[in-house]
Design a protein around this ligand. Structure first.
Ligand code: ZN
Length: 500
């Protein structure tokens, strides 16, 4: 069925070749070749050709990419998709508050349909932002029914997903050895094709008894990679890495999320065993897992991918991840230099590097050599960034700089996954957003009812620190206090005329 969008360009029909014409192509091949004024031809599920003025098969549908950037679909290696139904709720949370809310107090309140709702919203959200592959770090799977719901949602959305099975309500040595979990994984893997992958997701506490051994053995038996929150301040540390290493469970497909508070010894063990680090800068800066480690791990040559962690507090697009990662890395370099009275004259981390991490970095982490680049033969997962109505879209001088610092999700014009156009002319194709909204609304209503009005409000508005200490500032010559020092949220707006 051929539908017309409101800009009157026909949405490409499934099954017919598509060519994107005259864009700036970031191939992200081994040489990071950039092709100005070039085309990308998609036939079936794969890239058929990349280059200028391509000859295309009869019946090929054309998308005008002029003035835009064609790049590989972005890959997020760690997103707790089930939490998306709580979008923005934890905007002012620390990691401690997150742990209390989800792990101790309210995570159990999520029913299978709530996991479904969060995943469904998150999956569309990812696609809309040009994230064509997302690892669903799904640690709210209290029962197999929850897991079924998680996968049901992912399979309803035309993106590429990896379900990283987890359960924060039980020890990994318990759920990962559960026969019902194994049969779920075997069953849902069968015939699911390459749009759906699986991992096991659990953390290693550093307990010398190493109870997580059973979970690692289960992963090995199932043939699934492990993804683990490693080097998280106050939660996981070098002991966990050492135990994994000494017991032979660090492999090239292992993904270490955050890896922010580790020492040289752990980074060397990760480097030696070939695993990769998933950096969630926006989350780390805000919640306190540790300083985003890119500025130091480059010394160990550890591969990096990017992730958003959770839309429960931060954004769900990799433009933000690229931008904050560049900012954190460069900021730290300047800060370290200034502390020594020195000046950084050349930055290490380039816009090109974070674009690599958002694309090929993710593909490497997932062991998918057929993703993350635009070359003939690889899977056709790609994004066109183009927004003719935006004054930010020109001049296009530095395409990597454009992607990392100028572009945002609203500039994502077209998204193709596995050869299928899933976003076109800035609109998702085939989504019933009203239905998604109803599903999410039902989850929010359920959780509100479970918590009660007071708990709900208290959860979203954590207390501000109680310490009243202020510096003796000789320039503090007015009565003005900023809203961050006034105490309760909203007080600035509650006292008319009491501003400056
Ligand atoms: Zn996480």
């Amino acid at each position: 069925m051929e539908k017309m969008s409101d800009t009157n360009a026909a949405t490409p029909v499934d099954g017919r070749p598509v060519v994107l014409r005259r864009g700036t192509v970031l191939t992200m091949d081994d040489n990071h070749t950039v092709l100005p004024d070039a085309d990308v031809l998609v036939v079936d599920a794969r890239i058929a050709a990349v280059g200028p003025s391509l000859q295309v098969p009869e019946g090929t549908q054309e998308i005008d990419a002029s003035g835009g950037i064609i790049m590989p679909g972005m890959i997020d290696t760690h997103r707790h998709m089930w939490q998306t139904a709580m979008r923005g709720y934890g905007a002012d949370w620390t990691l401690t508050q997150y742990f209390v809310w989800y792990y101790l107090e309210h995570g159990k309140a999520f029913r299978p349909e709530d996991i479904y709702a969060g995943n469904l919203l998150s999956a569309w959200e990812a696609l809309e932002a040009g994230v064509t592959t997302t690892v669903d770090w799904s640690h709210g799977l209290q029962t197999v029914d929850h897991a079924e719901a998680a996968v049901d949602a992912l399979q309803e959305v035309p993106g590429r997903f990896v379900l990283a099975y987890g359960n924060i309500q039980a020890g990994p040595w318990e759920w990962a050895t559960d026969k019902a979990v194994h049969s779920f994984l075997e069953r849902r893997r069968t015939g699911s094709g390459d749009l759906l992958g699986f991992q096991l997701a659990f953390d290693v506490t550093g307990d010398p008894a190493f109870p997580e051994r059973a979970a690692f053995e289960a992963a090995r038996e199932l043939g699934l990679p492990v993804t683990t929150h490693a080097g998280v301040w106050g939660a996981t540390n070098d002991d966990g890495i050492r135990l994994m290493h000494e017991n032979g469970f660090m492999t090239p497909e292992t993904v270490y999320v955050h890896a922010a508070t580790l020492t040289t010894d752990s980074y060397q063990r990760i480097a030696a065993t070939g695993g990769s680090i998933s950096v969630s800068t926006e989350s780390e800066q805000s919640a306190g897992q540790g300083y985003p480690p890119t500025w130091q791990v480059r010394r160990y040559d550890i591969p990096v991918s990017l992730s958003v962690d959770t839309s429960g507090w931060c954004s769900g697009d990799l433009f933000s991840a690229m931008r904050t990662t560049l900012g954190a890395d460069r900021s730290r370099e300047h800060l370290e230099a200034h502390a020594k009275g020195e000046t950084v004259t050349h930055v290490h981390l380039r816009a090109e590097h974070v674009v690599d991490w958002a694309t090929r970095g993710g593909a490497r982490a997932l062991g998918r050599d057929d993703l993350g680049r635009l070359e003939p033969g690889v899977k056709a997962d790609l994004v066109l960034i183009k927004n003719d109505a935006s004054p930010v879209s020109f001049p296009l001088l530095n395409p990597y700089g454009q992607v990392a610092f100028q572009a945002q999700r609203g500039d994502v014009h077209t998204v193709i996954v596995n050869g299928k156009v899933v976003k076109h002319e800035h609109r998702l194709v085939g989504v019933d957003l009203a239905a998604v909204r109803r599903t999410v609304d039902a989850t929010v209503e359920h959780l509100k009812a479970q918590l009660g009005e007071e708990q709900w409000s208290k959860g979203m508005n954590p207390d501000t620190p109680s310490d009243e200490e202020s510096l003796n500032n000789p320039y503090q010559y007015t009565e003005y206090k900023s809203d961050t020092t006034r105490g309760a949220r909203g007080s600035v707006f509650d006292e008319p005329g009491s501003g400056r």
